[in-house]
Design a protein around this ligand. Structure first.
Ligand code: SF4
Length: 473
């Protein structure tokens, strides 16, 4: 029987900003030729990827062909220390951190999901979102399927269970055919670890080896956390099966184009990670340098919105020669921002968390850099903070294009009406937030500096060119 244990936990701190975008998840997987403390290594791999999801975390492991699961609400640290204290020994395990919006929160939607079915005992962790998930769910429902969650991830398990094909590879090929959108998967099946990436390659997934053990992770920072310093990207459309004989790959039919999520490089991934073969740190600095190239301003100082704009501001400073300084500091002890009922209280919450440094900005023409602009509410408060501290001029620079469109592939972006760039241009936004000017990095310049040609990267939330359309039913 599957064993599931769950533990509730309070909600995490969502940060000081209503500008934050949500991500749907991070994955980890381990397969060794001998039994090891898998829960311990999974703990550290998930801990390193906590930024990809804070609502819930979980692990599943193979216990002599049976699948065991332990899921927790809340963050890895604080909820899942028992994975360290009394580590589970096994040859195979997977782990997942979850951000909840699509499909709702709660332990039922926490992952890994585990089932016992005609194909055996399976556990699955999923990063991404299916653009035809609604249509698949509706068809399965009509056929009598019973769902235990409201997330897309469960659809994979239904399709595997119902596939008429035999054998792991043929069944997976069949189950994944007709599934559209973003999926990076880590699965346990018959004692094997399976890692799969959709043919467009929306979400990252990496494979590494140390001695007789193979590791799978969304981000390379999770591998570094274990002291593993070399890895390879699992290719779009590649499925890797790892058992006692080691890894073997097969490929799904190729997509007409790739659609790696450019926002992973701009915003989501941890700066010390490599994503799509690129350094996130270097990418963010290059984006900042690209804004400096387009800027005709001669400011006295460039400052970041901490921490999201720090690397881009450094890139701006290095390219332009304008001194970099921390003109805003962040109170790391301010705790959680509750949903505050009115504008005054929301402003107070930001003021408790961000502080302008008068010594840096007083009497200066200031360029402030952030990675993106969502609703614009926090930016308005930041501009006020800087002007109160004596800044003569405040110019906001964004190291990404205007965010205007929804994402169907696993990123939680507010509605089009809420996105400030849909109602105001740069001049209008500057007036709205009280800045002296606002400039975004154009889509073409963003692609160019990330070496992200059309047909290889998704930029749909910026340009509206969605690589696969939403099919609800
Ligand atoms: S729409 Fe934006 S956030 Fe979503 S996958 Fe494409 S680039 Fe990434």
């Amino acid at each position: 029987m599957l064993q599931t244990s769950v533990k509730p936990h309070s909600q995490p701190d969502p940060g000081y900003s209503d500008e934050a975008l949500g991500h749907y998840c991070g994955l980890a997987g381990i397969r060794s030729r001998h039994e090891a403390d898998v829960s311990r290594d999974l703990f550290y791999m998930l801990f390193a990827q906590q930024h990809r999801g804070q609502e819930a975390c979980g692990i599943a492991w193979d216990a002599a062909g049976r699948v065991m699961v332990d899921k927790r609400l809340g963050m890895v640290s604080g909820s899942a220390e028992r994975w360290l204290g009394s580590p589970v020994r096994s040859k195979a395990g997977i782990g997942h951190v979850r951000y909840a919006t699509h499909g709702g929160g709660g332990i039922a939607n926490a992952q890994p999901l585990a089932v016992s079915c005609i194909k055996g005992e399976l556990a699955l962790g999923h990063n991404g979102n299916l653009s035809n998930g609604g249509a698949i769910r509706s068809a399965l429902f009509q056929q009598g399927a019973i769902f235990q969650t409201t997330s897309d991830s469960e659809l994979f398990l239904h399709r595997i269970s119902r596939s008429p094909k035999q054998g792991l590879e043929e069944t997976l090929r069949d189950a994944l055919s007709g599934v559209e959108g973003a999926y990076s998967l880590a699965m346990l099946w018959d004692g094997a670890l399976i890692a799969a990436r959709d043919p467009m390659g929306f979400r990252p997934l990496h494979l590494a080896r140390r001695d007789d053990t193979w590791y799978v992770a969304s981000e390379t920072c999770a591998l570094r956390a274990l002291g593993i310093l070399s890895w390879r990207e699992i290719e779009p459309g590649e499925c890797v099966v790892i058992d006692d004989t080691g890894p073997r790959s097969f490929f799904l039919p190729p997509a007409q184009k790739k659609a790696r999520c450019i926002f992973e490089l701009i915003y989501f991934a941890r700066p010390d990670s490599y994503i799509f073969g690129r350094s996130v740190y270097g990418s963010r600095k290059a984006l900042g340098a690209a804004i400096a190239d387009l800027d005709e301003l001669k400011p006295d100082v460039v400052i970041p919105v901490p921490d999201s704009g720090t690397l881009a501001a450094m890139g701006y400073s290095e390219r332009s020669g304008v001194p970099f300084a921390m003109g805003l500091t962040r109170n790391h002890y301010a705790g959680r921002s509750f949903i505050l009922p009115n504008k005054g209280e929301r402003e107070l919450a930001v003021r408790m968390k961000l502080h302008a440094v008068e010594e840096v900005v007083n009497g200066k023409c200031v360029v402030i850099v952030d990675d993106s602009l969502v609703r614009g509410t926090t930016s308005g408060i930041i501009v006020r903070l800087l002007k109160e501290a004596g800044a003569k001029e405040v110019h906001l620079r964004l190291s990404s294009p205007e965010l205007k469109w929804p994402c169907y592939y696993g990123i939680d972006i507010p509605t089009r009406e809420e996105l400030i760039s849909n109602s105001l241009d740069e001049k209008g936004i500057a007036e709205h937030i009280g800045a002296d000017s606002v400039r975004f990095l154009p889509v073409a310049a963003t692609r160019a500096c990330l070496n992200a040609p059309n047909g290889e990267y998704c930029c749909a939330c910026f340009d509206g060119n969605h690589p696969c359309q939403l099919k609800d039913c």
